[in-house]
Write a protein that binds this ligand. Structure first.
Ligand SMILES: [Zn+2]
Ligand SMILES: [Zn+2]
Length: 711
């Protein structure tokens, strides 16, 4: 007899103990158990050592037909996430694997024995089935009707058989012998040394710092080949799938059908299919976003995280896990290696590399000896135009004349972010959030960036009806208009999340720009990533200050990363590139280091600040939001919760109104907590337990462990 701990569907945070009398079930299996007056499906998450219980336990009834079995390390990983990120087991399952994931069966009938027919139809049936021997259920029922089929089934003429539906996979490089897999032959000695260190080194965690264009992708590919050589697989994480058409293409070329893609643009069915093919071992390389970290790759050897500094690895809703740290935990559980790559590593990762937790590897030269672009600061305080300095205009027209391409970055979409009536002073604000609505001229609408609310733009103040409106906070749409005014003959393409909505349009825009159908690409941060255009020689950062003013201790870091990434797009072949960085804060340390192209220097400044202010990596932080649809009583509730979690060992700030007080109709109070690692991890459980008291109430408490978004 065995005792198992089970997570029951719909039972929230509680686990239950059930008996496995005949010892026929195993860890990770999905089973059906009696619960109350009915039954529930459940997942076996651990075996219990204790054999004495004071009350009667019930037995597991049966296993869920066609369900898959979770590998033990994944179950352990889920349990760690639950404890670390403070969420329910079900919430983890909901992101970790496709819903309703079941093995598909096809039902077939087999001919067993003949009988004497009673009429012509029966005679025909017997003749048909004896000839076919085996046939699909639906075909037979369609031909002879349900009644007759059931009659013969009862008489033992035919027998039902269930067969697992297998998808046929085209043979490709699956047939390759592992020792036939060759490393890239074009690697530079520097790249080779890095690859060999990862493949043969004794360390578990590697941080690969390589300037844009230094060939990190080639190393990733070789590392994955090493996994294949060893008869294993790899998970390759990217920040966003739509931004990686080049990467997908490369992977397909190298690994053909062994690559599974996992991302949010798949339909539920596509996702389940991919997941199954990984689970069965048909595919052993996974390219995907955040949640692909849970892919059940058999014999996993490496997890590679590209652009490790990107904030998209952290989920912004429960479970608020960070795929980077989940990868590290998974590596510990499964004994594999993690490779994190970036041109501008996150300050925390670089600190871990400096202190020996991660092994630091560097690529210092650009591939094919392409030159690094020259960076130049433009102090906007001396300019008459807020967005286009004289120098930027001059350089744009230079490139246009030479038929070279230009990239303009402004990390703000829309036409205007702030619309105010000049007569009555009314500002257009979202009815659900305490934030101004953005105006999009392209589709004539006001939209809220936080809740998605939109309304038709009427050209009139919604308070007094005046048409005397002022538009401030220019976004990409407005800049596009101004570029066209300055350079009427240039061909401009605007790229932001509003202009790119169709499934493949980013890929198309990318190819059109590569084919030189456009002279200028203008957009938000989406254009700063992973693109490679040989004729692009000028990058203009319209405003380097958009992030700097955020109330966020990572504002400097995010600015440095964004501008450096965009700069890396300039001059990647033999043509030399130039980057113009426009800023109103030329003395800001992040802006200065950007211009000096000095990551090390930036890191030194930043880590010094963090040490003084006790921010990560010198502390752990937790952000708690107490929210309600009803403003009355909220502040009292926040104060009450604060009293309950008070802890002299921690710095607890608040409760205060959140920087954006109202989001999606909910009023929000914020409590911000700082402390050292062990104090935080001891206190965390209490934060969570106390928050559960409010569950089902109009008050909602959300706890974000290691938050990235502090708004
Ligand atoms: Zn809103
Ligand atoms: Zn007005």
């Amino acid at each position: 007899m065995r005792y198992y701990t089970l997570s029951l569907k719909g039972a929230g945070d509680k686990f239950y103990t059930y008996i496995d009398e005949k010892e026929e079930y195993s860890l990770g299996e999905q089973v059906v158990v009696p619960f109350g007056r009915g039954e529930r499906t459940a997942l076996i998450i651990s075996e219990e050592k204790q054999k004495k219980y004071e009350f009667d336990l019930k037995s597991i009834k049966r296993s869920v037909e066609g369900s898959i079995r979770f590998p033990e390390p994944l179950i352990k990983l889920f349990l760690w996430i639950q404890r670390y990120y403070l969420c329910s087991f079900e919430e983890i399952l909901s992101v970790a694997y496709p819903q309703n994931l079941k093995t598909a069966y096809s039902h077939r009938y087999i001919f067993k024995a003949s009988i004497i027919p009673m009429d012509d139809q029966e005679r025909d049936f017997l003749k048909y089935i004896s000839k076919k021997c085996e046939i699909g259920k639906n075909t037979l029922v369609k031909r002879y009707g349900k009644e007759l089929v059931e009659k013969f089934l009862a008489k033992g003429v035919i027998e039902e058989k269930k067969v697992i539906k297998q998808k046929e996979y085209p043979v490709g490089c699956q047939d390759l012998e592992y020792d036939e897999i060759d490393y890239k032959k074009v690697l530079t000695p520097e790249q080779e040394a890095v690859r060999d260190e990862i493949v043969n080194g004794k360390d578990k965690f590697y941080l690969l710092k390589g300037v844009t264009g230094s060939g990190k992708t080639e190393i990733y590919i070789d590392v994955i080949k090493d996994a294949l050589k060893k008869g294993g697989g790899a998970i390759f994480l990217v920040p966003e799938i739509s931004l990686t058409p080049q990467m997908i293409k490369k992977f397909r070329l190298e690994f053909a059908d062994r690559v599974a893609l996992l991302h949010s643009r798949l339909t539920a069915k596509e996702r389940a299919d991919e997941w199954h093919s990984i689970y069965r071992g048909d595919k052993n390389i996974v390219l995907g976003v955040r949640s692909a970290i849970f892919a059940p790759v058999q014999n996993l050897k490496y997890i590679i995280i590209d652009e490790e500094h990107e904030t998209t690895y952290k989920q912004d809703s429960s479970p608020r896990y960070n795929a980077k740290y989940v990868a590290i935990k998974r590596a510990e559980l499964e004994g594999l290696k993690v490779l994190m790559g970036s041109a501008t590593p996150s300050v925390e990762s670089y600190y871990h590399a400096e202190t020996g937790v991660f092994k630091l590897l560097e690529l210092k030269t650009r591939y094919n000896d392409a030159r690094l672009p020259t960076l130049k600061l433009v102090d906007m305080k001396n300019e008459s135009d807020q967005y286009f300095s004289k120098e930027l205009l001059k350089e744009i027209s230079n490139r246009l004349r030479k038929k070279e391409q230009i990239l303009l970055l402004l990390n703000r979409k829309s036409y205007a972010t702030y619309i105010q009536c000049k007569d009555c002073g009314h500002v257009e604000v979202c009815p659900n959030c305490s934030i101004t609505m953005n105006y999009y001229r392209s589709d004539g609408k006001y939209k809220c960036n936080y809740c998605g609310y939109s309304k038709t733009y009427s050209n009139k103040c919604s308070s007094c009806g005046s048409e005397n409106l002022s538009y401030s906070g220019k976004g990409t749409e407005r800049i596009e208009e101004e570029v066209k005014k300055h350079f009427p003959h240039s061909r401009v393409i605007r790229v932001d999340s509003e202009s790119v909505k169709a499934r493949d349009s980013y890929d198309r825009i990318y190819n059109d720009f590569l084919d030189k159908k456009y002279d200028i690409m203008l957009g938000t941060q989406v254009i700063s990533k992973g693109l490679h255009f040989p004729d692009l020689t000028l990058v203009g950062i319209i405003s380097a200050d958009t992030i700097l003013s955020f109330p966020d201790f990572r504002a400097g870091e995010k600015t440095f990363q964004l501008v450096s990434q965009a700069s890396g797009r300039a001059g990647r072949e033999e043509k030399e590139g130039e980057v113009l960085v426009q800023s109103y804060q030329p003395d800001n340390y992040a802006i200065k280091r950007i211009i000096e192209d000095d990551y090390e220097g930036f890191y030194r400044d930043e880590i010094e600040n963090r040490k003084i202010l006790k921010y990560p990596p010198f502390s752990r932080i937790i952000n708690i939001i107490i929210s309600s649809l009803d403003e009355s009583g909220l502040e009292e509730a926040a104060l009450k919760y604060y009293e309950e979690i008070k802890n002299p060992k921690l710095e607890i700030y608040g409760p205060i109104k959140a920087p954006i007080y109202r989001v999606k109709e909910r009023y929000r109070y914020q409590i911000f907590i700082k402390g050292n690692r062990s104090d935080i991890s001891k206190a965390k459980k209490i934060f969570y337990e106390k928050s559960l008291i409010y569950k089902g109430n109009s008050i909602r408490i959300t706890i974000d462990v290691d938050p990235i978004n502090l708004m």
